[in-house]
Each structure stands twice: as structure tokens, then as C-alpha cells.
Design a protein around this ligand. Structure first.
Ligand code: PMP
Ligand code: GLN
Length: 380
């Protein structure tokens, strides 16, 4: 039978987590925290279930949760969102990305993605019948060469995807980037999809340039986030999409037939958490910065060379001082022979730079996990 994604295999995150389990490796591969969800959130979830909030939530999301997302967006980015018309709660950022792409990309239309990029973007585009146009980020620092983006725009371009803080590199868009982006999109029909799942994990006093801060961009954008990253609960799969009313209406046409609604008890829990404990997301950068700093300090005692991490919870390391293997082989070897699982970068590219020797390590872990990994990495 003819199928739609013949070239797609199992995601690298699943492959590496399975390999880590099989070989008893410390798993710094797939991105997920190994520490507890905030107690208040767990209590709120259990209470929501006990109180009987176990049936379908409203299709676009629980009103109280949408209101809390609007309040948070106002506090963080200064935007006034229409609670009813501009916010849709989804089953993770993944669902939001799929819904947005399926809602606007028609067969044969092009979507510009910046490589390396998160692995679900291209399959979503392909399933919509679109064509992913890959523009490489600068391999030196993962910044965007906007001239190359401009050159990639054609009359068929329907969407441009950006991701800041960036997975896998941690690079962040700056105010200059936002101006360059606006210049390119102005007077076009191109829709922007901004993946901001790591929005609250930013370091060294940097400002997260959410598209929601930039009215000209927000007017043509789907902005996607995930509570999994902010509240240490990647397995709950709750996220949301902010978009102007006309785009949100199209988005909901897909969402209502894809999942219809998202796990109702968790929506009650997040609504309570965001409203009563805003310190949680406000302090998330400092929380992760301490982990980043400690981990980097430890990495300096190994033969791996850590690259800068402006945001997110991934540390890229250059392993050329250890091995000449390609990144997929290196990460398999590291997992099987050395007991530390990492993620290779090449699966994030249409074509990775020749000779690039980088692997991604997740530092969303308790100190004991990171110490155990460092102990093994010191023996490389
Ligand atoms: N985008 C990026 C850049 C991510 O790293 C992730 C999570 N790995 C997602 C989207 C998907 O988020 P969720 O788990 O909420 O679907
Ligand atoms: N987003 C996570 C990462 O980058 C993985 C999510 C998944 O396993 N699908 O590691």
C-alpha cells in the first residue's frame, strides 16, 4: 500500500530512550525533567478529578485556563488577548503545530523551516501536502541569516516557522531578528508559526522575544507553547496556541476534529497554578540557570566542549576531542559503551553540515543524575 510518510522512521527521541533503557545508560537524550511536578499542581489535578471535572472540556479550552493564559501573556509580553477568540488549548505544542499547519498549508505550498529544527515540523508539512524549504542556521552560533530566508521566499510560500529558545541549540531570537522577520513578512500572505515552548527558560538576563511582543508579527502568527516544559510534566501533553481571531477560527476547525478538546482535569489544574503561583514561571530561568552553570562547569573536566546555552534545557557539546564518528554513531557508542545517552543533531536537519561533531545533552535533571553522567563522561 502507498502511505504518506515513507521516509519517516521512529523519532530519534524514542530510539535513544529505548537504547538508554536497554543498556542502563544515564538518559540525557530525550528532553524531559527527572524531578517532581510542583506539589500544588499535582494536588490541583487530583482535586479536579475528585470534584468531577472528568468530561469533555470546552473545545477551545477551559475558560478559566484561557483567562489565565491571557493574564500571563499580558504580564509577560504586554499583549491584550481576547480570551474567547485568540487562545486555544491543545494536547501539547505538538498538536498545536499540526493543527496550525493543517489549517493553512495547501498542497504544493511551501513552508520555510530553519535547520536544525524540531523533528515534527517536516512530517506535519508533508501530511498537509506542503513542501518544507530548509534554510540552514549559521553553524557557528545557530543565528538566522535573514538574507537566506528572504531568498527562500517564493510566491508559493505559505508559512515560516521559527523556534526560540531553540531546540536543539538554545539560541534565541533578538530584537534585531524580530525586525528582520517583520521586514520579510510585510506585504506578503505568509503566516508565521512561532514555537515558544521554552519561553520561560532563558538565561543571563536575556529577554525572550515572544512574537506576542511584536504586534505586526502577532497579527499573522500562530504562537505555540507547552505546559510540559514550564511545569515539568511533559507526559501530560497540554499546550496552547495564540493566534488572531481569523487564524484561531481556522485552527479550531482542525483542532475540533483532531482531538476536540484536551485532558479536562489538567486544564483546571493549570488554571489554578498559573493564577496562584506566577512565581513558578517567573523563576524558571533562574532554576534552570543554576543547573546549566553547574553542568557546564562539570563538563569542563571532560573532553567534551560545551557550546553557549542562551535558553532552553539542552547543552550542545562538541565531541571532536573524543571521536571522529558521525553524530548518530557517536551517540549510539556513547550510550552503549559509555553509559550516557545523548541526541545526535543530524536528525534535526535535511542536510547537516559536513564534519559537524555535536551532540545534545538534556540538563533538566537532578544533581545526582547529572553527577552520574559526568562521572562516566570523565572517563571518555
Ligand atoms: N517544539 C519543541 C521545540 C519541543 O522541544 C517540543 C517538546 N519536545 C515540542 C515542540 C512539543 O511539545 P509538547 O510535548 O508539548 O507537544
Ligand atoms: N521535545 C523533546 C526533545 O526534544 C522530545 C519529545 C519527544 O520525545 N517527542 O527531546
Amino acid at each position: 500500500i502507498q502511505t504518506k510518510l515513507p521516509k519517516v522512521g521512529t523519532t530519534i527521541f524514542t530510539v535513544m530512550s529505548q537504547l538508554a533503557a536497554q543498556h542502563g545508560a544515564v538518559n540525557l537524550g530525550q528532553g524531559f525533567p527527572d524531578f517532581a511536578v510542583p506539589a500544588r499542581l499535582v494536588d490541583a489535578l487530583a482535586r479536579a478529578m475528585r470534584e468531577g471535572h472528568n468530561q469533555y472540556a470546552p473545545m477551545s479550552g477551559l475558560p478559566a485556563l484561557r483567562a489565565s493564559i491571557a493574564a500571563k501573556s499580558k504580564a509577560c509580553y504586554g499583549i491584550d488577548l481576547d480570551v474567547d477568540g485568540e487562545i486555544t488549548v491543545t494536547s501539547g505544542a505538538s498538536e498545536a503545530i499540526f493543527d496550525a499547519v493543517l489549517a493553512v498549508v495547501r498542497p504544493g505550498e511551501e513552508v520555510i523551516v530553519l535547520d536544525p529544527c524540531y523533528d515534527c515540523y517536516e512530517p506535519a508539512i508533508e501530511l498537509a501536502g506542503g513542501v518544507a524549504v530548509h534554510v540552514p542556521l549559521d553553524p557557528a552560533d545557530f543565528s538566522v541569516d535573514w538574507q537566506r530566508v528572504r531568498d527562500a521566499v517564493t510566491p508559493r510560500t505559505r508559512m515560516l516557522m521559527v523556534n526560540s529558545p531553540h531546540n536543539p541549540s538554545g539560541a534565541m531570537l533578538t530584537a534585531d531578528d524580530m525586525h528582520a522577520l517583520a521586514d520579510i513578512l510585510r506585504d506578503t500572505g505568509i503566516v508565521l508559526l512561532s514555537d515558544e515552548v521554552y519561553e520561560h527558560i532563558v538565561f543571563d538576563g536575556r529577554v525572550h522575544e515572544s512574537v506576542l511582543r511584536w504586534p505586526e508579527l502577532a497579527a499573522r502568527a500562530f504562537v505555540v507553547s507547552s505546559f510540559g516544559k514550564t511545569y515539568h510534566c511533559t507526559g501530560w501533553k497540554v499546550g496552547y496556541c495564540v493566534a488572531p481571531p481569523a487564524l484561531s477560527a481556522e485552527f479550531r476547525k482542525v483542532h475540533q476534529y483532531n482531538t476536540f478538546c484536551t485532558f479536562a482535569p489538567a486544564q483546571h489544574a493549570f488554571a489554578e497554578m498559573i493564577t496562584t503561583e506566577p512565581e513558578h514561571h517567573e523563576q524558571l530561568g533562574a532554576f534552570y540557570q543554576a543547573k546549566r552553570d553547574r553542568f557546564r562547569e562539570q563538563l569542563l573536566t571532560t573532553k567534551l566542549r560545551p557550546l553557549p546555552v542562551p535558553g532552553g534545557y539542552f547543552q550542545l557539546v562538541d565531541y571532536s576531542g573524543v571521536s571522529d564518528l558521525g553524530d548518530v554513531d557517536f551517540c549510539r557508542w556513547l550510550t552503549i559503551e559509555k553509559g550516557v545517552a545523548a541526541i545526535p543533531l543530524s536528525p534535526f536537519y535535511a542536510e547537516a553540515p559536513a564534519g559537524q561533531r555535536l551532540a545534545r545533552l538534556c540538563f533538566a535533571k537532578v544533581e545526582a543524575t547529572l553527577d552520574a553522567a559526568i562521572d562516566r563522561l570523565q572517563r571518555l
